[in-house]
Unconditional design. Structure first.
Length: 1011
């Protein structure tokens, strides 16, 4: 199984160059075509030579010029610099040849060059055998426009290239230009020559170094190595780390210290584009050893070389011709003996070895070689020779390189490697303070920046710069203010260039694995990764090894399952961004298949949401809808908010499918489920109405009786509706009839479970009890019958309801075992929602039976547990019950707080008060009496009574009347006994014995109280 039928095209950051030979059309008329062809051929070859020298690709010949790409197919982190160097060489070469033509034939030629950098899609494009590697995109067009804009003999480049090449090259700002096809004016630069910077650190120096932080331990180790060297024990140290971690800076800080001590330090720098220029680092080192400057005349240079060499050892006289020649200042008097290149290199290595190892040399010598991973073979060989020859001399060789490199002398006992780690949080914070400042608005910026950069100082610097440039930060370096919250701030192009180039240099399998991993997530299982990438175990291991060694991934977990994670979020972003959308899609689909195959089936529920997500992004809509529904089901019991989101997703996915039985079923189920969650967590009423309407339409079309009944129930027979209970009961009875007609026990049980609630609210305890008995009979002991359709566990609910009936009839002992059974069933079914309702009732019962403290403890614990579920219906209920228990404990202020919160969260989510609003209101009235706010208590109780009457909320009516009687009495108002006696009548009528007992007790108390 392969991730995709591999389309090799990729998104890449590149620099595109257009060069043409201008004025050619009218010139063509003056010349013989054959001769003309030869001239053009020569121009083309000059242009192409420069491109190849800097490892660019000649994309095509355009008739009178060429188009070239730098950074594709193989990415180079310095693609912009390479294009510029190639350009400078083209300008030189063409000018030289044009001069020749002018002198010989009187012809006038010149070239114009345009350069731009940015993203392209690069790959094989074309049909059949005629396809060729090329790049496509806006970036290409803009490069061509630069060429058209350029004056003869000049090279123009855009701000995009300038951003990457600045410092390394000398650029003249020409100002902004309106460019056709570009949405905003583009800043254009002329390329004037090479710049002063040779490395990123030079650039950093130019901008002003950030304050050096941390690295105490590493500096100490370098100091120890230096001491050994001083004592004549020559030592080589390698500082190893990924780009940007601070190798160069550490070496710089150290070598500055050495210079301050008066030691001799010589430096050499290997460069990314330097492999094509052999021996560059060694040349640099020798030049600085002999103190030769760029401006020195040849004679002076030779004198310096001879002087210093002979002073050390007159025996070096014989080597001088070779050294002169090597350093580019050959002595005409003393020609070099004929040698083949290899022999020459060996002779030079030998010289170097004797130079460093010369016993006459007393002073400690420190040699620093930067970026060894880019060193050419010749230099590498010489360096190796030097290290072998330095034994017994006071020499310290300090090199640095990236983890993918290993130096040729790695096994030498004189060599020690220091792995440099990223900056820790506190050093990162210090660096950030230095770069960004201490303005209070920057509080909270550390964390996201650390998250993205993971202590890589180069990334930190670039991200701060990027944030300033894109307006997130305002002010000046070291004194920024946060202008707007940092969200998606992209990857700076400079960082992107480095990361993309590293990724490109991976072996094909490793690169593919990394790309697949970037699609799968921040952390991925090794097995799933291998499978999604279509690699067998051994190929996968090899590729993973390369990625881990190179510091791209690390093993976050080893047991029970190997999990790999990205060392750097930015690496992931870049690896993700290099793929075409179509490739990512295929990878997502492959990832989902791998998960399904690799995970044991018992974990499928748990993984369903993730699998659905991959399938969705993989464009497999039907499968995605199925898995999304599965995930929603699974979340249902305990995570209503997730369930709501997943059902919503299922609905949207099902809407994309062609209409058939399955998509209809998914369409109805997903809507029904959302409506069921609406009364639990709240939902906009309009949205609810719309869901209902859509679902009814589908159900009608399919003649799906089951769903039609459930939908009707949702429309007119569910909790949370502001209707009279008589109307509600009528609907419930109708639904029960329809369900019985349909003869589906699941439906019969589901409707009875949800519908029974209406009897309770209407204080029809007999009807409540009867309906629950019917439910229990139909379910016949099978927990799964009707479960999860409306209520999660109808049987648990039925036991609880029967317990409530006993309680209302003042049979407190009889109620208890029902509650216990109900809780047992809910717990066994893993249904926290029904369990919450049961515990509320248990708490109340305990308080009624005199265990007020115990009741309070249960009610409080229940609130905590219910909070975790995250639905509003149950939470409000749990809080109201806590209030009830607090009243029993005479904790009136606490009770008031609880009930107000219960009411507030319900109203906020549902926009209405629902069927329990009068119940909550009478609790609030009681609490208000308790805290002595009697007038408010009267008003509250009056409201509770009125609403209970108007809406037929007969369960709350007698207690609301009880509250009213108490409140009036407490407020010293008349009419207390009228209210109580009416309450007594209602309670007797409904058979609410508990209530009767309570009201009678209150009347007695009132009668005996002094008025
Ligand atoms: N310890 C440090 N404290 C402050 N800035 C640092 C530190 N290490 C590196 N930097 C800065 O981060 C950038 C990258 O460091 P550099 O040494 O060029 O990385 P590397 O050589 O590993 O690619 C430079 O601008 C450098 O000044
Ligand atoms: Mg460096």
């Amino acid at each position: 199984m392969k991730a995709a039928d591999k389309d090799d095209a990729e998104r890449k950051q590149v620099t595109v160059l257009f060069a043409d030979v201008s004025g050619s059309m009218d010139l063509a008329e003056q010349e013989d075509p054959e001769e003309w062809r030869e001239i053009m051929q020569r121009f083309f070859s000059l242009l192409a030579k420069s491109v190849t020298r800097f490892e660019g690709t000649v994309d095509k010949f355009t008739g009178d010029g060429i188009m070239a790409i730098f950074g594709a197919p193989i990415a180079h982190e310095d693609h912009a610099q390479r294009a510029c160097y190639a350009t400078l060489q083209m300008l030189d070469d063409v000018a030289e040849y044009a001069g020749e033509l002018r002198r010989a034939k009187g012809l006038n030629f010149s070239t114009r060059i345009g350069i731009n950098s940015g993203e392209v899609v690069a790959g094989e494009i074309g049909a059949g055998g005629g396809s060729a590697y090329t790049a496509i995109g806006h970036t290409v067009g803009l490069a061509q426009r630069m060429e058209a804009l350029a004056e003869p003999g000049k090279a123009y480049l855009t701000e995009h290239t300038a951003e990457l090449a600045r410092g390394y090259l000398d650029l003249h700002d020409l100002g902004e230009f309106e460019i056709k096809g570009a949405s905003h004016p583009i800043e254009v630069f002329e390329l004037a020559g090479v710049g002063a910077a040779r490395s990123r650190l030079d650039l950093a120096r130019e901008r002003g170094f950030s304050r050096f932080v941390g690295r105490e331990a590493e500096l100490r180790r370098l100091g120890e190595a230096l001491n050994r060297a001083k004592g004549g024990e020559a030592t080589a140290v390698g500082v190893v780390a990924e780009p940007g971690i601070g190798k160069s800076r550490l070496c710089l800080e150290f070598s500055q210290g050495c210079r301050a001590e008066g030691l001799e330090v010589f430096e050499a720098q290997a460069q990314a584009h330097g492999k094509s220029i052999p021996f560059m680092p060694i040349l640099q080192m020798l030049r600085s050893f002999y103190g030769i400057g760029d401006q020195d005349p040849e004679q002076t240079a030779r004198e310096k070389i001879a002087g210093r060499s002979l002073l050390l050892d007159p025996g070096f006289a014989a080597d001088l011709p070779l050294v002169f020649d090597f350093l580019g200042v050959p002595d005409p008097e003393r020609p070099v003996p004929k040698m083949n290149p290899e022999g020459r290199a060996r002779a030079l290595a030998d010289f170097l070895c004797r130079l460093v190892g010369n016993p006459a040399r007393r002073k400690t010598l420190v040699l620093v070689v930067e970026d060894l991973h880019w060193i050419d073979e010749g230099s590498q060989m010489m360096l190796h020779g030097l290290i072998e020859g330095m034994e017994g001399t006071p020499t310290l060789v300090l090199v640095n390189y990236r983890p993918e490199h290993s130096p040729a002398w790695g096994e030498s006992p004189a060599f020690e490697a220091i792995g440099l780690q990223p900056l820790d949080r506190s050093d990162t914070a210090k660096l950030l303070r230095d770069l960004a400042g201490e303005h209070p608005s920057l509080d909270g910026v550390d964390e996201p920046i650390h998250e993205r950069t993971r202590g890589n100082p180069f990334f930190i610097e670039e991200i701060v710069r990027e944030l300033a440039e894109s307006g997130y930060l305002e002010g000046d370096r070291g004194g920024y203010r946060l202008a707007r919250p940092i969200e998606d701030a992209g990857v700076p192009v400079t960082v992107q260039a480095v990361l993309a180039a590293r990724i490109d240099r991976l072996a094909a399998d490793a690169k593919q694995l990394l790309q697949v991993a970037s699609v799968l997530g921040k952390e991925v299982s090794g097995d799933a990764l291998g499978m999604a990438a279509g690699l067998d175990a051994s190929a996968r291991e090899e590729a993973l090894g390369e990625l881990i060694d190179g510091g791209f991934l690390y093993e976050a977990v080893l047991y029970p399952e190997r999990v790999l994670a990205f060392r750097h979020p930015l690496t992931r972003e870049v690896a993700y961004g290099t793929q075409l959308a179509s490739q990512r899609e295929a990878t997502h689909a492959a990832a989902a298949r791998a998960m399904i195959e690799l995970e044991p089936p018992e974990r499928h529920d748990e993984r369903a949401a993730l699998i659905a997500d991959h399938l969705k992004q993989g464009g497999e809509t039907l499968e995605a809808a199925r898995w999304s529904a599965r995930a929603a089901h699974w979340a249902g019991h305990s995570r209503p908010r997730d369930a709501m989101r997943l059902w919503h997703q299922t609905m949207e996915l099902s809407g994309e499918l062609e209409v058939n039985a399955e998509s209809d079923a998914l369409g109805i189920a997903s809507r029904l489920a959302q409506i069921q969650f609406a009364w639990r967590v709240g939902m906009d009423l309009e949205e609810q109405a719309q869901l209902l309407e859509e679902a009814e339409e589908i159900a009608d079309r399919c003649g799906d009786i089951h769903s039609i009944v459930l939908l009707k129930m949702s429309a007119s027979g569910r909790p949370g509706l502001q209707v009279h209970t008589d109307e509600w009961l009528e609907q419930v009875e109708e639904m029960i009839r329809l369900a019985d007609q349909a003869g589906d026990p699941h439906l019969q049980v589901a409707i009875r479970g949800a519908g029974a609630y209406a009897y309770l609210i209407a204080a029809d305890f007999a009807g409540f009890d009867r309906t629950l008995d019917e439910l229990i009979a139909i379910a016949d002991g099978d927990l799964s019958v009707g479960a999860g359709i409306i209520l999660n566990t109808p049987l648990s609910f039925a036991e609880m309801g029967k317990g409530m009936v006993r309680r209302e009839q003042d049979d407190l002992d009889g109620a208890e075992p029902y509650f216990e059974r109900a809780l047992g069933i809910a717990t066994a079914a893993g249904d926290p929602e029904t369990a919450s309702w049961v515990r509320s009732n248990q708490a109340g019962l305990m308080a009624m039976r005199g265990d007020v403290e115990g009741g309070l403890a249960v009610a409080r614990r229940n609130c905590e547990l219910t909070e975790r579920i995250g639905d509003v219906f149950s939470r409000s209920l749990a809080l109201a019950n806590l209030a009830w228990t607090q009243l029993a404990a005479e904790e009136y202020q606490d009770a008031l707080d609880s009930i107000e919160e219960a009411d507030q969260i319900y109203r906020e989510a549902m926009k209405v008060g629902g069927e329990m609003e009068a119940w909550r209101s009478q609790l609030r009235a009681h609490a208000l009496i308790g805290v002595g706010r009697t007038e408010e208590a009267v008003a509250e109780a009056e409201w509770a009574v009125r609403v209970s009457r108007e809406r037929g909320l007969r369960w709350s009516l007698p207690i609301a009347l009880l509250a009213l009687g108490r409140a009036r009495h407490a407020a010293g108002l008349g009419g207390a006994d009228e209210a109580l006696s009416e309450g007594l009548d209602v309670a007797k009528e409904t058979g609410g014995l508990t209530c009767v007992v309570e009201i009678e007790a209150e009347r007695k108390a009132l009668a005996s109280a002094p008025s």
